[in-house]
Design a protein around this ligand. Sequence first.
Ligand code: NAD
Length: 260
Amino acid sequence: MFKGKTALVTGSTSGIGLGIARHFASQGAHIVLNGFGDAAEIEALRADIASTHGVQVRYQGADMSKQAEIEAMMATVLAEFGCIDMLVNNAGIQHVAPVDEFPVDKWNAILAINLSATFHTVRLALPAMKARGWGRIVNIASAHALVASKYKSAYVAAKHGVAGFTKTVALEVAEAGITMNAICPGYVLTPLVEKQIPDTAKARGITNEQVISDVLLAAQPTKKFVTVEQVAGFAAFLCSDAAASITGAILPVDGGWTAQ
Ligand code: NAD
């Protein structure tokens, strides 16, 4: 489906981003990986995806909280591939604390990585997409782009911001063959969620097991975690020609969470 196209997936050394990178590679896309992690493990991932699917896979370690590093990454990728045909803004972090105790550095980091990084990659990717008359931008937002939960003020603010940004840019590029949408997953059991379980337990005064059953899965009528593969499959659909008329949409993949 994506033969000859290039996809940059931010935050793709783990979790949802890695699942998207693997799935897009399986459809023939060349992949640019980004994210943190052990250098040898990332190189093993890069080589594995390239050899399994016969595509080119590059790694760019830009810190998505730093504008200059994002700009350098985008310049390198655009110089090599000419265009980032499919841009998936996925890098994200979370911190759970009451707002009057929320660490200011965490607020700034969450806004930078979860929201401002998307502005930077989009503004830098668009000129080449416009020149080719084709482009797909998928932002991995969250159910928290649509509804709030206690103790996640920065994350909810950033993800609601992603939703607004998605709608705005979609309108601006609607006649240029470019779509931009936001996927809003419910809970997916990745390291990001595993890490917040103890903090949520502390903030709410309950056990880790109660966080899973009474907070996380309680939100989802299916009583099941969303899977990485389900999010990746939907992201690929949004990048297909069949999805050419879907743009500016804020799309839940949340087991019915936001239907309530
Ligand atoms: P994860 O922690 O497994 O992966 C996050 C990725 O982002 C990693 O590759 C990490 O290295 C990278 N990253 C973090 N900070 C970075 C930075 N400063 N620069 C570059 N890369 C950075 O998390 P995940 O659950 O796969 O989350 C991916 C996205 O999905 C996030 O935007 C998250 O908000 C969103 N999301 C996750 C869930 C969930 O339940 N897991 C639900 C809704 C939305």
